[in-house]
Structure formats: structure tokens, C-alpha cells
Ligand binder design. Structure first.
Ligand code: TEU
Length: 588
């Protein structure tokens, strides 16, 4: 009897021991999986981009302001996003809408005050939303006091905050400029008898990162914003900060190709690593670089071992489909969809082991995604908007979603050059004109691709100017605001807006959509973007018809027993034939 009891005690003990050991095993396993995945808040976040000039105006001057964003905090929260990226809000003459900063530690008065900014950050944080600031470090405004001092004399302590070519050495070696009528990157300054460098407009002088004092001033300024509680930086044109100051002469093929020469300066990564040591490593920040270039170049910015930044943009896909050697001129024959898909697959694989990418189809430098990559006709605008949203939120990269796309805003398509505001468009128009080019053709192309298409004011409701302002908006509101607006989207359960919220929820609830392995399938399909996302036991299939016709897809996967997680039609296709712009995600 006693012996029997002892045996059963031993059995019970063995049972507990084995359960304990196997639990520990599972814990170890998931730990290693977790380690391999390297989870981070900024990988799991969806970032909503706000162009403050165009979001909401509260004082009737026709320009959006910080109080306007504050008045819409609950709307932004309702989108289910995790972070916002604000385009520059610093003091600026606004010749390039804030990408020409005259004071890095003050707010542009038309946007509001520093108190407004602090309230805005608090308002976001109270709602669990992080705030990413735009940081323009390649250049400042010619109104900045550094530059105003520098142009007075070669002996000014700020002269070396910029790059100069002394006129006694003759003409400077040619450098390209993107926002210059002559496409010429040097501008003569009489008082110092020298030329200053500007890769962008002549009112955007390039900062001299060779100068350690300049770098320390920049780091101090960045720490000021971090100490205020901002959660990250989107680093504008960062790839251009280092220059070869022996100023070699350049072959012509470098012009217009940022990646080949201009984005690959000799000390670029020394500077970023120093910035990481001096600023970034001291805070828990999301950092994303405008990292122009091919994969090996871009990977350097985000390889964790190098201790630089977190995320990088891929410009290759967004710049696809334009004619070579012409400014953003859409190819009349359309774009090679199969090639375009392969670009996404290539950039996904670039970050499998190291680094992390971004996913976006629009921003303030792009036209509206609906017009460019979808179809803005009344028949297809809703289907194609939802399809593009499905795409953005189902890729393995941090999604950056542009304000207004959640309600399906489309290009405004100006007819005349006088209607435009953007320095890029205006200088490129001047270049075409100077060369005796076809201006009518140019303006037709710009209806598809120019930046102002993506900068028109947010459409809130059916009141005058879409509820953006009671004054005269700085850029006209798209006339379709009477039907395309937030109120209309809110009240219709089948709207583009509510689809965005559903898709956003799906990404939140399915980690596989964030971290899961991406595999492109049916790669040569000329109409459908098809891929799987896999993580552990979970497997999802995403099918996206990018065309306005029924399209077949050949996945080789049996979808008859799959569960439909989301679909932009009332019923999802199950026979491998997708309706126009159909999007569907299946779970296995
Ligand atoms: O853009 C940098 C950049 O690479 C752009 O030249 C981009 O290629 C172009 O805008 C595409 O049309 C940043 C900002 O995003 C942009 O708004 C600014 O105008 C530019 O820097 C200068 O600061």
C-alpha cells in the first residue's frame, strides 16, 4: 500500500517536472524566434503623415495650423494609427513649404507657437500616438542667421558653416541642382567673392558637415526636440550631407541621378554614426532616412550593427514609370507592372536579415496614390483606393500613410502653370521653357505626377472649402470635396475610410502582417500582385488586382477552405478570377 503511494508520488513529481521542462523549452523556442524577429514599436506602427499647411486651418488665414491638428486629434486616433510624421513646422520663409528652415528651435508663426506645439505633442501622447518630426539637415534657409552672417565676410565665424568656392580660383566645378532654373548648384556672393553650394534651390544653401562646430550645433538642436518628448525623426535628404570637398569634376551622367554621386559622400556614414552616438542612442526613437541609392548603399543606413538609423525609404518603386531624362514625365505606354512587383520583392529581401524598410505609395513629394497607382474614375475610385490600402498595410515594412488617402482624395490636375505653388514644378517648367520644349505636353504630364496634387487641403465635410478653412485656402480644395470628405466616409460603413480602419485593425491583430515572411507568387502575372505572408503556423495569401478588368491569378494554392479576412467587394472571389481592383486576404 505504502509502496503504491510512493510510486504515485514519484509519477506526479515526474509529471510536474516534465511539464516544467517542456514549458521551459517552449519559452526558449519562442524567445529565439522573438530574438530573430527583433520586435520594435516602430516596426509595428502605422505612421500617418500630416502636411500641417493643408490639414486644418483654425484662424481663417487659409493655411493649416497646429491648433487645427489639435482639433482633429480624436479623428486621427479613430484611424487606429500609432504615430504621426509632421512635415516641417519650424520657422521658415516657406519658399519650399518649410524645407527651408530659418530657425530650428522655433515654430513657424502661421502654424502657431511653441506652446501649441507642446499641447499637440501632449494631445498625441495622451492618445498613445507617437510624434515623428521632419528634420532637414542637408541645408537650411538663406534667411537662417548662420547664412546671413556667413555671407558678410570670409572671416565670419559662420562662413565655414557652408560650402564655398573662392572666385579667385575661377569658375567652380559644375554641380547639379534639382530646384534651380539653370540646374546649377553654385551661386555667387559678392561680399565674400565666392560661390556657395546648393543642391536644392538657391535659397537652400547646403550646410558644411565637415565643420565639427556645425555638427555639434545640429546635435544640440536635435537633443532639444528629444528632450521635449518627440519620438523620432524623418531625416530629409540625409544622404546628401557629405561632400567630397576636393571638388573633382564630374561626368555628365551624374546629373539628375542622385544615387550615383550626390548621395554617396565620403564621410556620410561617419557623420550618421556620430549623430547616433551624440543624440539618437540616448533616446528610444524611430528614425527614417531619405536614403537615396541602390540596395548596398541604402542598407548601410539601417544595418543594426552599424548603429545608424532604423528605417529607409525605397525610391525605386515610387519613381517608376517615368520617361528617362525627363522630369517626372509619365510614360504614355504605362509602366511595366511585372518589373514594378519585382522591385518590391527585391527591397523586401534587402531587409530580411538586417535593417527594416518602409512602405508608402504617396507623400508630400508625390501625387495622390489613387490617381497615380489606382483609378480615380467614379466607377473605380472606391475599389482601387481600398485595394491600394490593402497593399500598403500588408507588406513587411513600416507603412507610411498619407493624410487624405484614407478618404480617397485624388489629384487636382491643374491646367495652367499659374495655378501651381511648388518650387520644383515652377523651376522645371522654366527649364523646359528655356530649352524651347513642349510646355503643353509638360503640363499634361504634371496632372499625373506633380507634387501640388498631393498637397491640396484635407476634405473634412461639405461646407465651403471642404471645411478646411473659412478664408481663401493657400492651394485650392479639390472640387470633389462635396462627395469625398471625412463626414461622408464616417457615415458609410462601406466607405474607403472605414475600410482603412478595418485593414488597420487587421494588421494590429495579425503579427504575421508585420513580421511574417513575404513571398511573391505568380510573379509574371501582368495584372495581379499576389504574395504570401508566413510566420510560424500562420499563412496568409494576399491578392490584389491592379487592373480595371477581371484578371486571373495562378497561385498554386488551394483556397477552397481558406478563410477570407478582408475583401473590398461584398463577396470575395474563390475561383482565381478577381474582379476589377479586387483585393482579398485569405487565411489558411
Ligand atoms: O526631398 C528630397 C528629395 O530627394 C526630393 O528631391 C525628391 O526627390 C523630390 O521632391 C521628388 O519630387 C526632400 C523633401 O521631401 C522635399 O519636399 C523638399 O523639397 C526637399 O527635400 C528639399 O528640402
Amino acid at each position: 500500500m505504502v509502496m503504491k503511494k510512493n510510486i504515485s508520488i514519484v509519477f506526479v513529481l515526474l509529471f510536474f517536472l516534465s511539464t516544467f521542462l517542456s514549458c521551459n523549452e517552449t519559452a526558449k523556442e519562442s524567445e529565439t524566434t522573438d530574438k530573430r524577429i527583433d520586435k520594435k514599436w516602430w516596426k509595428e506602427a502605422t505612421v500617418y503623415q500630416i502636411y500641417p499647411r493643408s490639414f486644418k486651418d483654425t484662424d481663417g488665414d487659409g493655411v493649416g495650423d497646429l491648433k487645427g491638428i489639435i482639433s482633429k486629434l480624436d479623428y486621427i486616433k479613430s484611424l487606429g494609427i500609432d504615430a504621426v510624421w509632421l512635415n516641417p513646422v519650424y520657422a521658415s520663409p516657406q519658399k519650399d513649404n518649410g524645407y527651408d528652415i530659418s530657425d530650428y528651435q522655433n515654430i513657424y508663426p502661421q502654424f502657431g507657437t511653441m506652446n501649441d506645439f507642446d499641447s499637440l505633442v501632449k494631445g498625441f501622447h495622451d492618445r498613445g500616438i507617437k510624434v515623428i518630426m521632419d528634420m532637414v539637415l542637408n541645408h537650411c534657409s538663406s534667411d537662417h542667421k548662420w547664412f546671413q552672417e556667413a555671407i558678410k565676410s570670409r572671416n565670419s565665424p559662420f562662413y565655414n558653416y557652408f560650402h564655398w568656392w573662392p572666385a579667385e580660383k575661377g569658375e567652380p566645378p559644375y554641380r547639379w541642382s534639382i530646384f534651380d532654373e539653370k540646374a546649377y548648384g553654385w551661386e555667387f556672393n559678392k561680399a565674400t567673392n565666392s560661390y556657395y553650394l546648393h543642391y536644392f534651390a538657391d535659397f537652400q544653401p547646403d550646410l558644411n558637415w565637415e565643420n565639427p562646430q556645425l555638427r555639434q550645433d545640429i546635435y544640440k538642436m536635435m537633443r532639444y526636440w528629444c528632450d521635449k518628448g518627440v519620438d523620432g525623426f524623418r531625416m530629409d535628404a540625409l544622404a546628401f550631407i557629405s561632400k567630397d570637398t576636393t571638388w573633382p569634376s564630374l561626368p555628365k551622367e551624374y546629373n539628375g541621378n542622385w544615387g550615383l554621386y550626390y548621395a554617396s559622400g565620403p564621410r556620410l556614414h561617419d557623420y550618421i554614426q556620430e549623430m547616433n552616438r551624440e543624440v539618437l542612442s540616448k533616446y528610444d526613437l524611430a528614425t527614417v532616412a531619405e536614403a537615396v541609392g541602390d540596395i548596398p548603399r541604402v542598407k548601410k543606413f539601417v544595418d543594426e550593427d552599424r548603429k545608424e538609423l532604423n528605417m529607409a525609404y525605397n525610391f525605386e518603386a515610387i519613381d517608376f514609370g517615368y520617361l528617362p531624362n525627363e522630369y517626372k514625365m509619365p510614360d504614355p505606354n504605362g509602366y511595366d507592372f511585372v518589373k514594378w512587383k519585382s522591385i518590391y520583392a527585391k527591397w523586401d529581401s534587402a531587409f530580411i536579415d538586417k535593417g527594416w524598410g518602409t512602405m508608402y505609395l504617396a507623400n508630400h513629394d508625390q501625387p495622390r496614390m489613387l490617381t497615380r497607382w489606382g483609378n480615380d474614375s467614379p466607377e473605380f475610385r472606391s475599389y482601387s483606393s481600398k485595394m491600394l490600402t490593402t497593399f500598403i498595410l500588408s507588406m513587411r515594412a513600416t507603412p507610411y500613410y498619407y493624410y487624405g488617402d484614407e478618404i480617397g482624395m485624388s489629384n487636382i490636375k491643374f491646367d495652367k502653370v499659374e495655378q501651381y505653388n511648388d518650387v520644383e514644378l515652377l523651376t522645371n517648367y522654366a527649364q523646359v521653357k528655356a530649352k524651347g520644349g513642349d510646355l503643353k505636353r509638360f503640363l499634361e504630364g504634371m496632372k499625373i505626377s506633380s507634387r501640388d496634387n498631393g498637397r491640396t487641403p484635407m476634405q473634412w465635410d461639405t461646407t465651403i472649402h471642404g471645411g478646411f478653412t473659412t478664408g481663401k485656402p493657400w492651394l485650392p480644395v479639390n472640387e470633389n470635396y462635396k462627395t469625398v470628405n471625412v463626414v461622408a466616409g464616417d457615415t458609410d460603413s462601406n466607405s474607403i475610410l472605414n475600410y482603412f480602419r478595418r485593414m488597420q485593425k487587421l494588421r494590429k491583430e495579425n503579427e504575421v502582417l508585420v513580421y511574417g515572411k513575404f513571398t511573391l507568387i505568380d510573379a509574371n502575372n501582368p495584372d495581379v500582385f499576389a504574395y504570401t505572408r508566413e510566420m510560424g503556423e500562420k499563412k496568409l495569401l494576399v491578392l490584389l488586382n491592379f487592373k480595371s478588368k477581371i484578371a486571373s491569378v495562378n497561385t498554386g494554392i488551394d483556397i477552397s477552405k481558406a478563410k477570407v479576412l478582408i475583401n473590398n467587394y461584398s463577396t470575395a472571389s474563390t475561383d482565381g478570377k478577381l474582379k476589377p481592383y479586387e483585393a482579398v486576404i485569405y487565411e489558411f
